[in-house]
Design a protein around this ligand. Structure first.
Ligand SMILES: C[S@@+](CC[C@H](N)C(=O)[O-])C[C@H]1O[C@@H](n2cnc3c(N)ncnc32)[C@H](O)[C@@H]1O
Length: 289
């Protein structure tokens, strides 16, 4: 938790940390970002027990936990991996969060798609730089930032303006405001239709994706791909029926299971706990007859 003690003064920070050229808001924007922490950066603080805390760096702010206080000034101007000592002697290591870590810790409106499904979804949708993608709904922006970081141009259809605002804010924080040039979130009920045509991909995460299939068959280019993320198999079967009725082929429904292993020298076994089920991923291709 950050507590501010005064108004931000970016000039003062630039003087005290001369390696920086100005505030950096994005985390992993792919450009020549300074590795030195600065005002506006997201930082993951990891304690000795592996607990993770996401902090946005501010001037004269403090991070408070039950194991003491860390002043943001202790992090500003430092490199990734710096080890910090709290006011009560606890140690924290500071890193920039990966996208997977950010998705799990970022502010949420709606439930996000978890990283274990986001990676495969990129492959199943065959996302490529410059792809025109219709995404609905945008929720908290986890899927949006995944598509955008792969280089796509994303048009979102969302019915809740608070979720739309949250998604845009999370994308801007994770990828930098430049990514917002490729992100157009429209307040629109996708069950009533898709604005525009000529999309390469349609990606859906909402309760009744089968209602979108007829619109998608008009909005997609021939050869385009549709993917739906559905927690229930009944949703997946209804979606599959709609795909069959609207000119889609090569449909497949998959479930991604991730099992981690405990490895301690030669003592090895599967971890006792795993996230066994999140959702089904159903994908298909539009073939014009
Ligand atoms: C589970 S959330 C999506 C989460 C998102 N995939 C993410 O990773 O952050 C579902 C979203 O669909 C939106 N939604 C539901 N029905 C919709 C509709 N008919 N048209 C557009 N958006 C809709 C909800 O408001 C919500 O934001």
């Amino acid at each position: 938790m950050a507590r501010r003690r005064g108004a931000p003064d970016a000039n003062r920070v630039a003087e005290s940390h001369p390696g920086r050229t100005g505030p950096v808001c994005g985390i992993n924007r792919g450009g020549p970002v300074s590795r030195v922490f600065g005002v506006g950066d997201q930082v993951l603080l990891v304690d000795r027990k592996g607990r993770r805390y996401l902090v946005a760096l501010e001037v004269e702010a403090e991070f408070h936990t039950h194991t003491g206080v860390v002043a943001h000034e202790q992090i500003l101007g430092e490199d990734e991996g710096v080890v910090l000592r709290s006011s009560r002697g606890s140690t924290f290591t500071a890193f920039r969060p990966t996208m997977a870590e950010y998705v799990l810790k970022m502010p949420r409106g709606a439930q996000v798609i978890y990283p274990k499904d986001l990676g495969p979804l990129l492959m199943l949708a065959d996302v490529f730089p410059g792809a025109r993608i219709l995404e609905s709904g945008v929720g908290s922006g986890a899927l949006s930032m995944t598509l955008l970081r792969a280089g796509a141009r994303v048009t979102g259809h969302e019915i809740r303006d608070d979720f739309a605002a949250r998604a845009i804010a999370n994308v801007g924080t994770m990828l930098g405001v430049e990514a917002l040039d490729r992100y157009d979130v429209q307040m629109k009920d996708v069950y009533e239709g898709i604005s525009d045509t000529g999309y390469d991909r349609v990606v859906l995460d909402l309760p009744e994706p089968w209602l979108v299939v007829p619109h998608a068959s008009n909005a997609l280019l021939s050869g385009g791909i549709i993917v739906a993320y559905t927690p229930s198999i009944v949703q997946a079967t209804r979606f599959r029926t709609a795909l069959d009725e609207n000119g889609f082929s090569f449909a497949e429904t998959v479930e991604v299971l991730n099992r981690t292993w405990h490895i301690d020298g030669d003592a090895v076994r599967p971890d006792h706990r795993m996230v066994a089920h999140t959702a089904f991923l159903t994908h298909a291709r539009l073939l014009m007859t």
